[in-house]
Design a protein around this ligand. Sequence first.
Ligand code: GDG
Length: 489
Amino acid sequence: VSYDESCSKRQRLLVVANRLPVSAKRTGENSWSLEMSPGGLVSGLLGVAAEFETKWVGWPGVDVYDVVGKNALSKSLADMKCIPVFLEEVFDQYYNGYCNGILWPILHHMGLPQEDHNDTNKTYQTQYDAYKKANRKFLDVIIENYEEGDIVWIHDYHLLFLPQYLKEYNNKIKIGWFLHSPFPSSEVFKTLPSRSELLRSVLTADLLGFHTYDFASHFVRTCTRILGVEGTHEGIVDHGKVTRVAVFPIGIDPNRFLKACELPEVRQQMTELKERFAGKKVILGVDRLDMIKGIPQKFLGFEKFLEENMDWRDKVVLVQIAVPTRNNVPEYQKLKSQVHGLAGRINGRFGSVSSLPIHHLDCSVDLNFLCALYAIADVMLVTSLRDGMNLVSYEFIACQEAKKGVLVLSEFAGAAQSLGAGAILVNPWDVTEVSSAIKEALNMPAEERDERHRLNFQYVKTHSAKKWGDDFISELHDTLTESDMKIKK
Ligand code: GDG
């Protein structure tokens, strides 16, 4: 079905996301160096690539204002099957403002931040207008590149208006949309000004995908309550138009991590890390420095553990990689100070001249070193307050074939629904519970660790990113668009 038999050309899939999966660096007036950044999305779509000719559409991650630079970048990106959307003057209000300042907290149950009326650039309305303009810029680029029969897969909350704009342009285009973040309860989503327009636009797509059953059902209930449409087991029905809603839990490419752990460089790093932390158990945290990841709660839980377990004080270390993110948003700057304050207090209370309980790093590390850390850790501590899935949990499990360490996982991460049988689940808001989970994980007998790891590893192996991409695309392929349905009638 995926081949157009008349000219035996592969059907095209346009993958549209806020960010292209590349990092671009300008090396001259009209030259760029590009590097592919293989996240979950890229590896998820590598499998689908054989059947479809895939093109990526998105922001290239850099501001380019001159025509020479833009043309040169577009040309270099074309070799990597990427098509850039230049966001220029709308970027700040669209991305830092509406996407990350308004939608992100709402989707993660954190409520709507208060509107700043003193700065006209920061009102809900100005940011909302910029958001729409940015979505139109994506539309323009897609129209320029669209070929009849292309399937469009839109990703995430940055592009909620794109399904509607695209269907207005051509209602025959088959459109899928996937949300990487959670979808909140209707009581939370209801507070968002313009909630109805946003929902109505998303519903013009043909297939909507979520990581978990809970997020999908929150979405359906939100639509029925706010828009008065009907929710069925298939999705949403509105005046005869059915929008299919389904669950597609994302995964990782486990082989990438298994292979990395075999590399001589990674083995060497593992040996060095083991020497560095000899005689101590290592608890690991790897998160973007984002309020949804619950890093302060993690530190408070660890502090409680050290308070209550004197015998462990010199025998355990928490290594926290806190990857800087969204540095221009004031809430993220405040979070950084808060986390630094807590790390300082805990190290001050429980450290000594020769040893510190928390090693906190404000940086990212390269993938090989990350794998070495995953592989030598005794416990992985994930305390997200809300998280769409949390791929870090999956990556840790993939790197633990030899060690069989314990995953302590927040019940508010999507991953709790897939890894719940093998992980110790915690409520990250409850410091006593986090502290007890740390103790249980550190003292867990080998047999129990083996069994829990076996369950988790089995899941991570079988629910890969490739399966996620294949499942979504094949479902989208089989979903009829509204115009198909009219033809059928
Ligand atoms: C969003 C949703 C959902 C982290 N530190 C380093 C590094 N990473 C990589 C990890 C992992 C990725 O970043 C983080 O993925 P998560 O899924 O844990 O979290 P988000 O970034 O918030 O992703 C999330 C996901 O989308 C997919 O749908 O699961 O819920 O919020 O792959 O490896 N990579 C390197 N160095 C680091 O220091 N190289």
